[in-house]
Design a protein around this ligand. Structure first.
Ligand SMILES: NC(=O)C1=CN([C@@H]2O[C@H](COP(=O)(O)OP(=O)(O)OC[C@H]3O[C@@H](n4cnc5c(N)ncnc54)[C@H](O)[C@@H]3O)[C@@H](O)[C@H]2O)[C@@H](O)CC1
Ligand SMILES: Nc1ncnc2c1ncn2[C@@H]1O[C@H](COP(=O)(O)OP(=O)(O)O)[C@@H](O)[C@H]1O
Ligand SMILES: [K+]
Length: 534
């Protein structure tokens, strides 16, 4: 049993069966929500075998007053609930009851002889039996997966060890092979909840109802792919215990942004606000071959709501960039290319400005480590460090000797940059993204944004947030420069480092999704589209 469950049950005295009831209900609600959304997408088209079968015993759905458990024409649905012999199976059996109460057809498929269930799961077996929910037993009865409209995977949960064996493996393979939508209880059966290792076989879920808190293995690839959409649902474990138990990894939702991070997700603007109200970003970025990076970053900062943006760039870039984005102010930071002493000019330009974004498209130059160190130590305002500025940071072997920054600092590495920062290979970074990001953020007192699908935002205090917004179309040059601008723009409006980083990543992903929808194909997305979708 998980430590949190144990403490809730033994120390607080909440009965295990009460938790299981909450779990099963949450799973049923998510199944019903799935059915509704699926129907919305297929605009009412009837599907599956449910439509040709009778409703369960001509029952009138008993949950008509409960919106989360209500479904129009529930008899069109016939779900199989695959139940293992442990508590995960017990969760599924409770869900079966609620789905049945909603008027859906439900058949329980036991992986093992039901008489072998014990404890709370055995109680649920009896309740399901008393209600007359149809039962099949793997190995004894034929299970026709094609006759169902969806599958609840309650085979294996956090008590699972190693690759699924025997009946479990056979049911997982059959469920995947059926092509039916699968909603998993807690974790997709076959996934290691801690490491994210995907065993063979492993359920391929459309949605995973993760119970009580985000399991790390679900939040990162390849586990994330098996989990599908992740929903974290409360199950009655007191928040106090979660805090004491150091639950520190969260799925980044609007609610988490509001409650855990204190973000005003409505982004209210004061009716009498003026451009000065919303801050001024200085972007130190761009070089001749990579001028667009600075432009994208500056435009994104404005679209994120910063009142003013000035782009500090090499003088020779000024004429070609003039007018490229009329809203962006330009300031020459050096007569020719970037050089070590130009840090002083950037600091001069920072006077009266609120945030420094540094890195996109800079390139590397002689003395760049000292250049960055000057900015790091002397810029008293919040700072976002990206791209080549991260490589400068990584190349500096005396980072610990740098004067610690007092203002918020946000680093935004992609996995390759993170590898250089941490002295690891990219593969090693990807293997354990959450732990690595958290350790780095705590050790260096920065907010670290480890980019890529399911971006991780780690705070200096040890929290980690996993973002689920975004589109594969965002794997395109310049998308990271846009993110840097967004985070800087939010910092300029008064957000803290963790707030700006988390909200920025969330908004960047939403904009990427919207931009991808606007194109004929996500592959056609370019970074500028993300800015236009903000
Ligand atoms: N009271 C609690 O502790 C609560 C637990 N909850 C649920 O309980 C789950 C954990 O339950 P359990 O600890 O009972 O464990 P599981 O239900 O995950 O599985 C344990 C059972 O599966 C078998 N098994 C393990 N690995 C296997 C493999 N590779 N192949 C085949 N069989 C395997 C074991 O022999 C055991 O019978 C959670 O994921 C969650 O769904 C929730 O109901 C909330 C409350
Ligand atoms: N498959 C994906 N799903 C979601 N977001 C993605 C995906 N691929 C890339 N992104 C996002 O796009 C951005 C790419 O940034 P980066 O690699 O720094 O590109 P660049 O340096 O070209 O700007 C990051 O924010 C990353 O999280
Ligand atoms: K499961």
């Amino acid at each position: 049993m998980r430590e949190l469950d144990r403490r809730t049950i033994e120390e607080v005295g909440i009965p295990a069966v009460a938790l299981m009831e909450n779990v099963g209900r949450a799973i049923a609600e998510e199944v019903i929500r799935w059915c509704r959304e699926r129907r919305d997408v297929s605009s009412g088209s009837r599907q599956g075998a449910g439509s040709q079968s009778e409703s369960p015993g001509d029952l009138v759905p008993a949950v008509q007053g409960d919106a989360a458990l209500r479904l129009e024409e529930p008899e069109r649905e016939h779900w199989l609930v695959l139940a293992g012999k442990g508590n995960n199976g017990g969760d599924g059996l409770v869900a079966a009851r609620y789905l049945r109460e909603a008027g859906m057809r439900v058949t329980i498929v036991y992986a093992v002889e039901p008489g072998s269930l014990t404890g709370e799961a055995a109680l649920q077996r009896e309740a399901a039996r008393a209600l007359g929910i149809p039962v099949l037993v793997h190995g004894e009865d034929d299970v026709d997966f094609t006759a169902c409209t969806g599958i609840v995977d309650a085979l294996l949960g956090t008590g699972s060890r190693g690759a699924p064996r025997g009946a479990y493996a056979e049911l997982i393979a059959a469920a995947n092979g059926s092509g039916r939508d699968i909603v998993s209880a807690d974790i997709p059966s076959g996934l290691d909840a801690d490491t994210g290792a995907v065993h063979d076989p492993c359920i391929r879920a459309r949605r995973t109802v993760c119970l009580a808190f985000l399991k790390r293995g679900l939040a990162q690839f390849p586990g994330a792919e098996a989990a599908g959409e992740i929903v974290v649902r409360a199950i009655g474990i007191p928040a106090l215990l979660c805090a004491q138990q150091n639950v520190s990894t969260f799925l980044l939702t609007e609610e988490v942004l509001r409650t855990r991070l204190g973000v005003d997700t409505a982004r209210r603007r004061s009716p009498d606000g003026h451009k000065g109200t919303y801050g001024h970003v200085l972007v130190a970025a761009g070089s001749l071959p990579m001028s667009g990076a600075g432009l994208l970053c500056s435009r994104a900062a404005l679209r994120a709501g910063s009142g003013l943006v000035t782009w500090a760039l090499p003088g020779p870039l000024l004429p070609p960039m003039a007018g490229a984005a009329p809203e962006v102010m330009l300031a020459s930071a050096t007569a020719a290319d970037w050089h070590e002493a130009s840090a002083a000019r950037v600091l001069e330009l920072l006077a009266g400005r609120d945030v420094l974004a540094v890195g996109p498209g800079l390139g590397r130059f002689e003395g760049d480590g000292r250049w960055l160190r000057t900015l790091w130590e002397e810029a008293a305002c919040p700072m976002v460090v990206d791209a080549d500025a991260l490589n400068m940071l990584a190349a500096s072997d005396d980072l610990d000797a740098w004067k610690p920054r007092q203002a918020d600092t946000v680093l935004t590495p992609h996995p390759g940059e993170m590898a250089r920062l941490a002295g690891l290979s990219t593969a090693e970074v990807q293997r354990d993204r959450i732990r690595l990001a958290s350790e780095y953020a705590k050790a260096h007192r920065v907010t670290l944004v480890l980019k890529g699908a399911r971006t991780v935002i780690a705070t200096p205090d040890g929290d980690a947030f996993v973002n689920a917004t975004g589109s594969p179309g965002m794997a395109t040059g310049g998308a990271g420069d846009v993110l840097t601008g967004i985070i800087a723009g939010l910092l300029a409006q008064g957000a803290s480092g963790p707030q700006a980083a988390a909200f920025g990543v969330y908004l960047h992903g939403l904009a990427g999704e919207a931009a991808a929808r606007r194109r004929a194909h996500p592959a056609s997305l370019v970074a500028g589209d993300i800015i236009e979708a903000l």
